[in-house]
Every structure is written in C-alpha cells, then in structure tokens.
Design a protein around this ligand. Structure first.
Ligand SMILES: Cc1cc2nc3c(=O)[nH]c(=O)nc-3n(C[C@H](O)[C@H](O)[C@H](O)COP(=O)(O)OP(=O)(O)OC[C@H]3O[C@@H](n4cnc5c(N)ncnc54)[C@H](O)[C@@H]3O)c2cc1C
Ligand code: SF4
Length: 517
C-alpha cells in the first residue's frame, strides 16, 4: 500500500459485508481489524454459548472478508499482546499498520457509543463514525417520528414501516384489509401438536477451536456448550431461515403465543441471534416472508405476524433505546426492589413453567418470546424484582442479547419500569394465562385453579398483590379498568387472602448470591 491505510474496526455484532464502514471504503487502502477482547466478553458474564457464537461468527466473517478481497487483521483472545479492550486493540492496530485514522460503524450499545466518542481525542487521530444502515429506521428518523407524537405506540410506527417498505401493501392499503392479524395468533397448544425439529449446524474446525477456548476461559459462566449447533456463518443463517420459511412460518402465527414443555423453539424462527450479529438482513428476511404469503405457501396472519416482529417491534425497541438512554437503564417507575431469585440462574423451582423456561435458557441460550415475556418477565414484574437485576440477567443469558434490544424489552415491555412509555399497559397475568397458552400446569406441583394457600399457583396471588401494591400508579390506566374493578368488588377477606398468600410465597424465595452476573 503506497499511502497510509485507514483502519476499519468492526465489532462482533457488525458481521455484515454491507456494513457502512466497509461499503464506503476502498479495499486497497484499508485494513479491517477484528479483535476478540476480554472486556467485551466479560462486562457481564455472558452465557458460554453466546461467547462461542460471537467468536466463531467473527472468525468465519474474517474468512469471508478475505475471500472478498479485504486485508484483515484478526486478534484472537489468547494472543499474548491482546490488551483486552477495544480501544487498546485499535490503538495497537493503528501503530501496527501505520494507519492514518479509524473508520467505524456506530455501535449498538450506549456504553460503547460513549467510548467511541472519546476515541478521536484519546487516540489522537481522525475517527470517523458512520451510521448503522442495517436498520430500516435511522435514529434521526425515529427521533423525528417520536417528536411529532404525544404518545408513542408500536402499532403506528409499524404502519409507517409498512408504508415505507411497501411490505404487505396492496397499493396504499394493507394486504387483506387489516394492518394486524394478532387476534388470529393466540391459539393454545393442542395435545397432539407436532413441532418440526430445528436445523443443526455441527461445529467445524473453526468453531471447535473456539469451543475449546471458551470452555477453558469462560467455563464457569452460565449455561453450557454441550451440543453447540448454532449457525455461525451467513450461509448457515440463511439455511436456518430457509428451514423456518418452509417448515414453521405457515404455523408461526397461530401458535405464536403457545408454549409446550420441552419444545424449546415451537414455530419461532430462531433467527434473532444471527440477525443481531449481522448475518441476516432484516429487510430481506421480511421480504422472504412476504414472498411465502404471495406464493400461497403461508397464510397472511403468519406472514404479517412475523413481519410485524421484524420491521415493527425490532425497529421500534431500537428507536426507543436510543431515544431514552441513558435514563432507560435507571428507570424503575414501580419502585421494584426485590433481589433476583436464585432460581433464575439454576432453574431450581417447583414452578414448572419457570423451571422449563430457565432450562431452555441454560441449554440453548434461547427462550421464545412468550416464555421471556409471560413467564420469566411476568414473574419478575409481579414479584417486584429490581429492573437492573432483571435486565442484567436477560443480557447475560440469551445469545441474541445486546443492550439496544434487551433493555427496552425488559424495562419497557416486561417490567413497565418506564411507566408505560413503550407499552400501554403492564403485561401482568395470573396462572390462568399460562395455563391457557401452555401445558406447563399439568406437570406442576402447584394447582393453577387454586387462588390462595400453599398449593395454589403462586402467579395467582402475586397477580392481585401486584395490582394492589401499585394501585396508586396503575389504577387510572384504562386498559386495567376491568381487573381493578374486579379487585374492588372483592371482599376485604378475599383481598387480604391474596395479599397474605403472596407475602408468604415471596418470603420463601431465595435471592441469588452476589456475583452471578
Ligand atoms: C423480556 C424480553 C427480553 C428480550 N430480549 C431480547 C434480546 O436480548 N434480543 C433480542 O433480539 N430479542 C429480545 N426479545 C425479543 C424476542 O423475545 C426475541 O427477539 C425472540 O424471542 C427471538 O426469537 P426468534 O428469532 O425465534 O423470534 P420470532 O418469534 O421468530 O420473531 C422473529 C424476529 O422478530 C424480532 N422480534 C420479535 N419480537 C421482538 C421484540 N419484542 N423486540 C425486538 N425484536 C423482536 C426478532 O428479531 C426475531 O428474531 C426480548 C423479549 C422480551 C419480552
Ligand atoms: S401452576 Fe402456576 S406455577 Fe405451575 S406451571 Fe402453572 S402457571 Fe406455572
């Protein structure tokens, strides 16, 4: 290279050949730096499989880049000179390649954005930070959208995204005459439901080497590496998604909210980890789902339900994250102070629903949306677990967890810690909901039909206790008018029974020892 190159630093969740920092660069005048750093692998004690996934996907992406004509400098975790921090590795890279400056794509997390903002002055060179164009809605577009509204609701944002992308639009009208087919997407699981198996991607040589490294260095983290078979390349991720389109999308809508013990993925796509890493493009994924509908291979309720998650919820929570940070990380509108129960780490609880959701989380670094929201999140909401502790747990345990998507889902959607900015009402539910949507209660030592007492499903008393505890803050919410009316119609004795039962149950919960996360 005749002139000084530019150093393009790429993060572990920026594994897209279309990344802004690559797209605008000349291969002959750039060196791409990818570094596995201790700080990123340990700022929380991530699930072992999550670390393995990211490192393996990074190593495979470096190969893709080389094949695409880029000069790549890859720093492995156990490189003796590795400083352990991103900034440290960029500094070393600048010297090693005598580079004239750094080009990066903006990071997904607030803490890294704060760090990047200092790079120019600390490193003493030009640092160019480009917007992440892998989202359909830019930050500025979201801020503008939000500024024009008194109340922010995903549904209206989603309609704008449909109009913007033309997805499932017939002219200027939504396909099928409705924007949302959610009402058709709430079936509980029938007894004989057959769920197709997940595609498996057994470790190749690169992944096997990473598994040995992760086991040696992070073997005391949550979860296990047994049977690791996640997609780690773009080709793997595309094959996994094609399998979803063919075998699960047609039924995705109907059973979107259903849970079956031991069926860890149900009819969900299981693509969030790959998409958040950059291995799959959200627009392409949504277009492929529409094509299935247009070809008559998937019903509209399924295609629409899936597309809403990808271009609606995913984009909306990212917009909300950047709009409300750093306050979102501190939010605790319901003043929830209880420590996280130990069983979130071990799965050791008699509550069959929670035990199964923690088990799949340990085994797969995955739980599907309803398990996260209506079991794990719902319990934390009802029991009044401190939002920071819950958010940290969710960030640790899922392979798809990055703060931009995890925190708004936890603080906003699951815990109502933002006071209702993201979602109009708390997703609070008693055992009846879990019983309707799953087969968990049949295998549980608690009785979902009993309201109070030592054998009653704990969700039942906790639900009413939650409403009572937060009456001053929530009773004016129109969407909670019915439950509060029911609460007021109860006798003093009934109300005291619920509160007493909840208090007795909460006393039995063992808090997690410090240092788990
Ligand atoms: C408390 C809580 C924490 C969550 N934490 C994360 C997280 O850390 N990372 C993450 O990617 N998702 C998170 N979600 C959203 C959602 O649960 C996962 O995206 C989904 O379970 C991933 O599985 P899937 O790919 O099979 O999704 P599917 O059900 O098949 O949905 C398709 C895609 O839609 C997107 N999507 C669906 N719902 C949401 C949502 N609420 N927010 C953002 N994207 C969504 C995902 O990219 C997902 O891959 C969380 C939800 C809750 C309630
Ligand atoms: S009875 Fe209650 S605790 Fe047991 S599985 Fe059902 S909802 Fe969960």
């Amino acid at each position: 290279m005749s002139q000084q190159p530019i150093l393009i630093s790429i993060l572990g969740d920026q594994l897209s050949l279309s990344l802004a920092s690559l797209r605008d660069s000349d291969r002959s005048k750039a060196v791409v730096l990818l570094a596995e750093v201790w700080d990123e692998a340990t700022y929380v004690r991530h699930h072992q499989a999550k670390i393995a996934l990211v490192f393996s996907a990074m190593r495979h992406f470096a190969e893709d880049l080389r094949a695409d004509g880029w000069t790549v400098d890859y720093v492995k975790l156990d490189d003796p000179a590795n400083t352990g921090s991103l900034r440290g590795e960029v500094e070393r890279g600048l010297t090693r390649h005598n580079a004239r400056g750094v080009r990066v794509t903006e990071p997904g997390e607030w803490r890294l954005q704060q760090d990047f903002d200092q790079w120019s002055s600390v490193l003493g060179c030009l640092v160019e930070i480009l917007p992440d164009t892998r989202f359909l809605c830019s930050k500025i577009q979201f801020y503008t959208w939000a500024a024009a509204r008194r109340e922010l609701r995903m549904e209206y944002f989603y309609r704008d995204m449909r109009r913007q992308t033309g997805l499932l639009m017939d002219g200027d009208k939504p396909a099928g005459g409705k924007w949302n087919f959610d009402a058709e997407n709430r079936s509980g699981p029938p007894a004989n439901l057959i769920v197709p198996a997940q595609p498996q991607f057994p470790p190749d040589a690169i992944t096997s080497e990473v598994l040995v490294l992760v086991s040696a260095r992070f073997g005391d983290h949550f979860g296990s590496l047994d049977g690791f078979a996640m997609p780690v390349t773009r080709a793997n991720a595309e094959a996994a998604f094609a399998d979803f389109l063919e075998n699960r999308l047609p039924t995705f809508g109907q059973y979107q909210d259903a849970m079956i013990a031991g069926e860890d993925f149900m009819f969900h796509a299981n693509i969030s980890a790959a998409m958040n890493l950059g291995l799959l493009d959200p627009l392409a994924v949504a277009q492929a789902a529409e094509a299935e509908y247009r070809a008559g291979r998937a019903p509209l309720n399924a295609a629409e339900g899936f597309i809403r998650q990808v271009i609606g919820w995913r984009e909306y929570v990212r917009g909300m994250y950047w709009l409300d940070m750093p306050g979102m990380a501190q939010a605790n509108a319901l003043n929830a102070q209880r420590p996280l129960p130990e069983f979130y780490w071990t799965g050791d609880t008699d509550m069959a629903c929670l035990a199964d959701c923690v088990r799949t989380t340990l085994d797969n670094a995955y739980a599907h949306h309803i398990q996260r929201l209506m079991v794990l999140g719902n319990f934390a909401l009802l029991a009044g677990i401190a939002p920071k502790q819950v958010a940290e747990w969710f960030l640790v345990v899922y392979a798809d967890a990055y703060e931009w998507v995890e925190l708004p889902n936890v603080a906003g959607m699951a815990l109502h810690a933002d006071g209702g900015r993201l979602a109009s009402k708390p997703y609070a539910a008693s055992g009846a909901y879990i019983n309707r949507m799953s087969n968990y209660c049949r295998g549980c030592r608690y009785d979902v039909k009993q309201k109070v007492g030592p054998d009653a499903c704990p969700f039942n008393a906790l639900y009413w206790d939650f409403l009572a505890r937060n009456e001053a803050k929530l009773a004016r919410n129109m969407r909670l008018a019915n439950p509060y009316a029911t609460w007021r119609r109860m006798s003093d004795e009934q109300r005291a029974g619920y509160r007493d039962s909840a208090a007795r149950f909460l006393e039995t919960i063992k808090p997690a020892p410090a240092g788990w996360a």
